[in-house]
Structures are given as structure tokens and as C-alpha cells.
Design a protein around this ligand. Sequence first.
Ligand code: GAP
Length: 436
Amino acid sequence: MTYREDIEGIDASILMHPKVWEASGHVENFTDPMVDCKQCKARFRLDILGDSINEKKKKKFIEALQENIKNDPGLSTQFSNLSEKAEDLFTALLESPAFGKLMLNELNCPQCGNKNTFTQARQFNLMFKTFIGPLEDSSAVVYLRPETAQGIYVNFLNVQGASRQKLPFGIAQIGKAFRNEINTKNFLFRTREFEQMEMQFFVKPGEDKKWYDYWKNERLQWFYSLGMTNGKLRYHDHPANKLAHYAKEATDIEYEFPFGWGEIEGIHNRTNFDLTRHEQFSGKSLKYFDEESKEKFIPFIIETSAGASRSFMAFLVDSYYEEEVKNESRSVLRFHSRLAPIKAAILPLVNKDGMPEIARNIETDLRKNLKVYYDDKGAVGRRYRRQDEAGTPYCITIDTQTLSDQTVTIRERDSMEQIRISSDKILSYLFEKLSK
Ligand code: GAP
């Protein structure tokens, strides 16, 4: 957003009028199918019930099901149709009306181990509800936003008018989103409260496919430009029968985590669905006036929806290395310098002979421009290791030579090479290196 003139920023409300979520379709459609165990009362999302069963067992299970239905031509045809199309046949069978119940009767509860104890699947809305004002009745219900996108849609014309943007242009925001996930897991991967960074790009109808392809490529390159390892990212295009209620075309950017491939960002062609619905529900026009053609129309929207917390976790995993250096092991986060939370550390070799004073002056100068860290505790080797673990790209050491010629050493995190430069050149040196 900061680097593009065609994208504006916004900070919308977390609690919005409940009609926003009716218009968006979330009240009706933002649901996951769930099953409860009647024995131990545990609740599971149907689409991840298979995660706790190993592949060999699943295969056996599917073969037994196929054997059981072989004398029923109707079910056999449905089975073949599903097995031709489904990427994950076990889950597809569980989610299908024809086989879901049969399968659930045969499965063991992952929590208590009992068989044939599941209820039928029921839809469970993922939005958190709360109340405005003192009365806890249905007229006071509001929702914690499950995505930041809707705050952008309802403010679309405010932002467009104030910024005088013309199509195509985007509105972006970073903020908290909340989902009542039943099974949170894998550290930051699935949480109930998480940070999204979404951008909604408004385009002329008919130009949506072109911009969808543009953003699909652009977003993958963004991850690579910040140092993500080649081959660790892939697209997962959604088949038509799995599209969200608002999408015409959608893909996920997936990262290969230690626990398997997982979505870190979604790119969606949301058509004119959202703005049309907000217009209907609010009674206010959300049409854009095109000065060139003198036409009024509802723009199409291409959405790039990244999880900030999930992407952060992917960068964290991707940059973590353990290695042997001079017979010692070190842990290092090889963060791209733009992602490193601390850009440089300032280390006086010893706490005497005027070194701390020089080091503090350098720190004060750098801190006006960069996030830096001052550390004078322990042997310098240990201080380097601490900064390696935090992913700090540069360590500046003030030593005996500094006292006579005003030079310092700068150590680079990954190569561990050191150079000596004059202390008045530190800032320009770091700027040049960090801007790469
Ligand atoms: N506005 C569209 C939208 O919200 P989504 O695919 O549901 O699309 C977008 O979510 C991104 O938000 C995901 O790619 C993921 O990075 C992140 N995300 C979704 N649910 C999450 C959760 N429970 N915990 C952490 N991140 C989540």
C-alpha cells in the first residue's frame, strides 16, 4: 500500500451494524458442518475429522464402504463420481449427504475412542456474537468481524470520493478478525483471534479475470521477494463446487509447513456480489460513476486476503536454521532484512575505557532511523548468538581500535563475515544493505 499510488489504506470498525453480516451472507452461509460425540460430548469439524486417522486406515475404510454398497447401483455411481473428482476422498465422502451418515456410524471418536457415537452433521456459524447496550436480546446482537473485507466494502465510496481514485484501485487494511473455530491447532495456524491483511481491488466489470490473474501472480512474488524458499509455495485453485458463497474464482497460496501444506493467503474474484448486496440491504447506492463513459455501475472486486499471523508463522518456519559453527551449534533466523524486527545491535566489547559511551552515541544516532538494540551483557560471542536467534541482520561492535581511529566492526548474520568501517558511515552502510 505504501509503495503504490493506486491503493489506499483504511482502519474500519470491528463491530459493525449486524445488517452488514446479513448482506455479506455470513449470517446464513459462514458455517462449518460439525458433529458431536454423544458419549464424551467433544465437538469436531467434519472436514478435519479425518486428520486424526492415518492414510492406511482411511484406505481400508473406503474399500470396506465400497464393498458394502456394491449391490446398490445408485450409491455405486455416486461413489465413482466422487472418487474421480475428490482430492481427499475420505473427507468428500464424510461431507456427502449419501455417505456421511454411513461413515459416521463406523468411525471412532478421536477423543474417547467409542464407535457409532456421532450425531448427524449440523451447521455451526463461525461468527462470535455479542450485544450492544445492556439488553441481551436478539435486537441487540452484533458480531465480531470474521473478515476485515466488509469494513472496506461499506466504506468504498467514502474512500473513493476522499482519495479521488479512479478504477482500477484498491483499499487495504490490516486488522483483527475473529472466528469461533472449534479446533484451534498448529500454533498460529488456526486461532480464534488473528490478524488479516486484506486488499480489495475495484475494477470495471469485464476486466476482473485480467486483474485476478495479475494479483494471483503478484501475491506469490511478494512472498518470494521477502525471501521465502523456492518450491515451498504453491497455488491451490478451488474447484467450482468448493467456492465460497461470494466467489467466482479463487485460489489459495499454500506454504509447506512441517505439518504439511497450509493456506496462508486467499485470492478471490468476488464479482459485484458484496457491493450489490450492501446496496440492497442499506438502500444506499454503491455505484461508481465513470467519468469517461458517463456510466454508473457496481465495480467487480478482486480480493487478496492474507493472514498476517499465518504468513508470519510461514516466514518464521522458513528462516529457522540450526547449524554448527566452529564446533558450536547456533540457531539463526535468516529473516529477510525487511522482516527482521531488529535491524542492528550495538555491542561495546567491554564495559570500560569509554566504549559504552561511544556505543550509546551510535545507538542514539541509529535509533532515529532504525529499530536497534543495545547489548552489553556477557561475552561478545554470546551476544552475537542472541542476535542470530532474533534474526538481527547486523551487529556493530565497538572495540579497542575504535578508541584510536573511530572505526567499528559490522558483522553480517548469515555469512558471519566482519568488515571495519568508519563510525560516521554506519547509517549509510546499513541503509544501503537493508534496502536490498
Ligand atoms: N476475506 C476473505 C477471507 O477472509 P479466508 O480464506 O477465510 O478469506 C483469509 O481467510 C486468510 O486469513 C487465510 O488465508 C488465513 O491466512 C487467514 N485465516 C483464516 N482463518 C484463520 C484462523 N482461524 N487463524 C489464523 N488465520 C486465519
